[in-house]
Design a protein around this ligand. Structure first.
Ligand SMILES: Nc1ncnc2c1ncn2[C@@H]1O[C@H](COP(=O)(O)OP(=O)(O)OP(=O)(O)O)[C@@H](O)[C@H]1O
Length: 615
């Protein structure tokens, strides 16, 4: 018995957790490309010295020019000294450009490496998750958010951290230069920056929260959009004319988001305005203190340039410093989402004993099942047995639990009560994957893969070496797919579907035959057919059932069908109602019993007879 999975953690992230995420993110970045990471770091450290060096050289140049314009060039070391300072200025500028170029190139290459690495991690994780996780809306949102948004976030964290180091070093060096202008200048200039940075940080976090909570809503909104743009649904949408309804629902979600956005933009603009006014006042005060010293002849023109150019530097670096912290914080929130997704417990499908022999018998012993996070048992006390050479049909009204039985049989889910015996052994002791290798299935909502016809079939043995065309043709013969595939322009090599150019669209029944080929292509000892003939015409249904019966002679076949023409041929029929077995037996036995099966059978048969009489 397995407990249902825990709901995913939510709520604010602690500082300790953030530090752990920071370390994990930097580790991820480092492992993606150590070379580019070091290059970026080194460039940042060297670039940190450039602004102070530029300020200092500009000050020297201005002082020398001021002396020269007063005819006191000799006092500044002569013309050659002027040229040397100029050379220094050009050199620093060139070095800065070189470092920035190298840093940007490394960032781009590192970003690309990271993005593909993380995407691959997300995809690998998705393949390891239990099927039930995909049916849980919250996990699905998390997967989508990770897949869509994470991309460049770790690079953002690294850029934030290196930017932080760079800004701190630059600020310290430029601040040291500016402190020569008087004790109040630096504090005033720093103070001028604080409110702006606070506004930036506060609203940044709020924007993230708004977008995060929007993930679910945007999924719903996108769903409405996808119905309106779907090729398969367009007929139904047009005929029932529910476009206006869908458009209205789409707009309803848009308006909700728009209202939030407007509110946010309004408040952020007001706060930004206030911060800018405060900043102008502080800078004015700082300039006034310097002007006062200039009036007393205590500073040079070059010194004044330190103030004029330094203010911009300090403001940029300080806001970079604090903004960097909030940027890292926000990027880490996205990373938390990724880590939470990657930390979801995965089911090891290879855990357990390795099953190697063909399946000879299946027995459900008082099996009960409840879907995770739900409150109702959808199966209760289900017991039946089936052996090689037999066909079992599961019958029942919609929602009776037929597909759930198949999900348990194929080990996609585990029973919450009772047990399943395979060849007399408890199935739960064996690895799901090794047992699944003995099974082949066609689901009610089988896949229509926009790949070639051959790939559509071979997917059921994709990991095995190519089993050759003879096997492909044999599967196609049993399913009846060969007839239409041979008419396609490149036969089995023809691309199917409408997603990619040159693809050929098939009819519903043709897709279903290909799915049946996929089932037959795998050499399995247990075959499961969930509504295998739903999209087939009457003669195709007959052929399919005949083929199925031939296949079942050496195997076990389980069929779910609402068509009694299919069901009646089974060796054993189990009638489910509300998750329990109501009746079981052969077609004749059940007819003789005169219960639910007999009533449903007669109902369907009467339908045919009446249709026949009417025709
Ligand atoms: N992933 C799920 N989570 C929660 N409940 C589920 C899930 N899948 C199915 N159910 C519920 O389990 C019950 C049995 O569903 P199941 O799909 O097995 O029925 P079925 O007999 O195959 O129906 P149908 O003939 O319509 O295919 C239904 O009440 C359904 O609502």
């Amino acid at each position: 018995m397995r407990p249902p999975p825990k709901p995913l953690p939510q709520g604010p992230v602690s500082a300790k957790q953030q530090l752990r995420d920071l370390a994990a993110t930097l580790k991820l970045v480092w492992h993606s490309s150590p070379g580019h990471t070091i290059t970026m770091l080194l460039c940042s450290l060297l670039l940190a010295a450039v602004p102070a060096a530029t300020l200092w050289v500009t000050k020297l140049l201005l002082d020398a020019v001021a002396l020269a314009t007063q005819g006191r060039l000799e006092q500044a070391g002569g013309y050659s000294a002027l040229l040397a300072i100029l050379g220094l200025q050009v050199g620093i500028g060139a070095l800065g450009t070189l470092l920035t170029t190298v840093q940007n190139a490394s960032r781009e290459l590192l970003g690309d490496r990271l993005q593909s690495r993380i995407t691959l991690q997300i995809l690998r994780k998705a393949t390891a998750l239990e099927v039930e996780r995909f049916e849980d809306a919250e996990t699905y949102d998390r997967l989508q958010a990770a897949y869509r948004e994470v991309g460049l976030r770790p690079l953002g964290v690294l850029t934030g951290v290196t930017g932080l180091l760079q800004a701190a070093l630059t600020l310290a060096s430029v601040g040291a230069l500016m402190s020569s202008l008087g004790p109040l200048v630096l504090p005033l200039v720093l103070l001028a920056t604080v409110p702006g940075v606070w506004v930036q940080s506060r609203f940044g976090t709020e924007t993230y929260r708004m977008l995060r909570y929007r993930t679910h809503d945007s999924r719903v909104q996108n769903y409405f959009g996808s119905i309106l743009t779907s090729d398969t649904l367009v007929k139904e949408v047009r005929l029932f004319h529910f476009e206006p309804y869908l458009l209205a629902r789409w707009e309803e979600y848009y308006r909700k988001f728009r209202a939030q956005l407007e509110d946010l933009v309004r408040r952020r603009s007001a706060w930004n305005l206030g911060a800018a006014l405060f900043s102008a006042l502080m800078v004015g005060l700082a300039t006034w203190t310097v002007l006062e010293r200039a009036a007393r002849g205590q500073i040079t023109v070059g010194d004044f340039s330190l103030l004029a150019l330094g203010i911009a530097q300090v403001q940029t670096q300080f806001s970079g410093l604090l903004g960097g912290v909030s940027g890292i914080y926000q990027n880490l929130l996205y990373m938390r989402n990724l880590f939470e997704f990657l930390e979801l417990p995965a089911r090891d499908l290879d855990a357990g004993l390795e099953w190697q022999e063909p399946i000879e018998s299946v027995e459900f012993q008082e099996v009960g099942f409840r879907y995770p996070l739900t409150e109702r048992d959808v199966l209760r006390n289900v017991s039946f047995r089936i052996e090689r050479g037999q066909t079992l049909a599961l019958v029942g009204e919609n929602g009776a639990g037929k597909t759930t039985v198949v999900k348990l049989l194929t080990r996609l889910f585990e029973p919450t009560r009772g047990r399943i015996l395979i060849n007399g052994q408890d199935a739960s002791r064996y690895s799901p994957r090794s047992l699944q290798r003995q099974m082949s299935i066609i689901f009610q909502d089988f896949g229509q893969y926009q790949l070639s016809a051959a790939e559509n079939v071979r997917l059921s043995q994709a990991l095995e070496a190519d089993l050759g065309d003879a096997r492909l043709n044999r599967a196609g013969e049993r399913s009846g797919a060969n007839a239409f595939v041979s008419e396609l322009p490149q036969g089995y090599g023809t691309l199917l579907g409408r997603l990619f150019s040159g693809g050929r669209q098939l009819s519903g029944g043709q897709w279903q035959r290909l799915a049946l080929s996929r089932l037959y292509y795998r050499d399995a000892s247990l075959l499961v057919f969930d509504e295998p003939t739903a999209a087939l015409d009457a003669s195709a249904e007959f052929e399919t059932i005949e083929a199925l019966r031939r296949e079942a002679r050496e195997r076990i076949a389980v069929i779910i069908s609402h068509r009694f023409s299919t069901v009646r041929l089974a060796d054993r029929i189990v009638v489910l109602e509300g998750g329990e077995i109501l009746e079981a037996g052969t077609h004749d036995e059940l007819l003789a019993l005169g219960g639910r099966y007999a009533a449903l059978y007669r109902l369907q048969a009467r339908g045919y007879q009446e249709a026949g009489t009417a025709g």
